[in-house]
Design a protein around this ligand. Sequence first.
Ligand code: GTP
Ligand code: MG
Length: 382
Amino acid sequence: RRGASLADFAEKIGVDPASLVQVLFHLGEMVTANQSINDETLQLLGAELNYDIQVVSPEDEERELLERFDLEFGENEGDEDDLMPRPAVVTVMGHVDHGKTRLLDALRHSNVQAKEAGGITQTIGAYQVETEVDDEDRTITFIDTPGHEAFTAMRARGAKSTDIAVLVVAADDGAMPQTIEALNHATAADVPVVVAVNKVDKPTADPAKVRGQLTEYGLVPEEYGGDTMFVDVSATKGEGLDELLEAIVLTADAALELQANPEMDAQGVAIEAHLDKGRGPVATVLVQRGTLHVGDSIVAGPAHGRVRALINDVGESVEAAEPSMPVQVLGLTSVPGAGDAFMVVPDDRTARQIADQREARKRAAAQAAGARRKTLDQLFEQ
Ligand code: GTP
Ligand code: MG
């Protein structure tokens, strides 16, 4: 197991830790009993003592942990007969200040069924928009991401939990570093891209140039014979919004079969989480399968709890959240990390046990990192 010490290993194979220290010493490795050992040292020791060492990856470890409780994440969609169409999850990405948030605002206000702005919670970065394509009501889930270079990890996570990426490029600025970085994340995650060429109202806007630039990166516009939809929009003037929504729906219908089982216990991912003064830990989660209910016992990364309240994207308290719905969860005992998976488990006790195990693992990993640092420090002191 990652982060295990030499003493842990000695205990596992039933020998005196001191003897292992000696063996390693003769192999030219200075390791104390309480020090965590790295994979190579472990392999070395294994070879010397004729043990077959298998290093367990964090993913395997996590799978094994859930298996102990007869649970699994993601693999099982439950009864096929229960599968229902679900809204597309669309992540809005692009370079800083190219108008991602403004565009989302515009899309929400153009929404005929939108509730009044008064109760809108601005901290939640995920929203649902309703639109009509070919006389059919369609819901789309949008996740906003920051364009600042510091948020690479967030864009990578966003690309992973999404069905479609909308790449926002300001027509006056053109493709910039985070435009390309976002595009790379989407490509790596095998997510189809729709390009929103924004700020076309500006006198210096050059939408054709944006098309040319992105063509060089493999995003060839349909009008040039490629298969990527480019839509000219102005978030401030509210232009091109219906066309953008239509392009998203068409992309979803052409490339993806979006279904989920609303009947099973909910699973999904935490998009954002923070500690609120009055409400305690608040996590915005995206339900990916199943239905999340008030009263459910959940575990989210190393956090756990019982769902006390669910708040939707317009600040209303709701009883349940269905697949593709973003919702704020109240009732966790600590703050999960953004990107942590969450799942409903049978009871509070199970939730606590799983969370405790993850917390212990996290602590061990941090300790191991600390121990490594410490030995380095000692080295430099000499
Ligand atoms: P980050 O979240 O920091 O990455 O930025 P963002 O991409 O969300 O940009 P944001 O929506 O905050 O917009 C940045 C600026 O561009 C704001 O001043 C907007 O008013 C302006 N802006 C956005 N869309 C348009 C547009 O269509 N036309 C014009 N003229 N200005 C726009
Ligand atoms: Mg923004």
